[in-house]
Ligand binder design. Structure first.
Ligand SMILES: Cc1cc2nc3c(=O)[nH]c(=O)nc-3n(C[C@H](O)[C@H](O)[C@H](O)COP(=O)(O)O)c2cc1C
Length: 157
């Protein structure tokens, strides 16, 4: 089982680590080649431009090969009602055919169309019901029991 995640501020990483702790598997964090700079609000604005234009940032190379995994747990923050641009790059450049994807998305309360967009981006994969995880800044709002319940529903192909 493989976990792929992108995290700008750390919330998504925190959840990915919890999922990994509960189920085992390999964690793979994707990072953009040119990190965001400026204030949080600058990043929110840049993020809006990137989401609106469908920008796919260059990622740092990762050593893991997705080919070796049938089940992928995919974690992303919600950026402007969808997955983050780094996740767009990953989804567009990877072959998820025949794989089972369990997505989760951390956000401040506005999930938008994130999970529908992931399913649309991976038409040859089986995309399972996603987990919506709410944070208030860096404080987890969604009860941990709810997250653990979702994790229990993950079955390895
Ligand atoms: C560029 C940007 C856009 C965001 N857009 C949304 C949004 O549309 N809906 C929402 O609920 N939260 C939004 N947020 C808040 C993040 O989704 C939330 O803080 C998330 O947990 C951050 O995860 P991370 O710490 O792993 O980066 C946005 C944050 C940023 C930086």
């Amino acid at each position: 089982m493989r976990y792929c995640l992108y995290s700008y501020g750390g919330n998504t990483r925190q959840i990915a680590k919890l999922v990994q702790q509960e189920t085992g598997g390999d964690l793979c964090e994707i990072e953009i080649a040119t990190p965001y700079t400026g204030s949080y609000n600058d990043v929110v604005e840049q993020g809006q431009r990137e989401v609106n234009s469908g920008f796919t940032p260059k990622l740092k190379p990762v050593s893991a090969d997705l080919k070796n995994y049938d089940t992928v747990i995919l974690g992303t923050p919600v950026w402007w009602y969808t997955y983050a641009p780094a996740m767009r790059t990953l989804l567009q450049s990877s072959d998820f055919s025949g794989k089972v994807i369990y997505p989760f998305a951390t956000n401040g309360g506005w999930l938008g169309h994130t999970f529908a967009d992931i399913a649309e981006a991976c038409p040859t994969a089986t995309v399972k019901a996603g987990l919506n995880i709410r944070f208030n800044e860096d404080r987890l709002v969604t009860p941990e029991a709810e997250i653990l319940r979702w994790i229990k529903g993950i079955s390895e192909k």
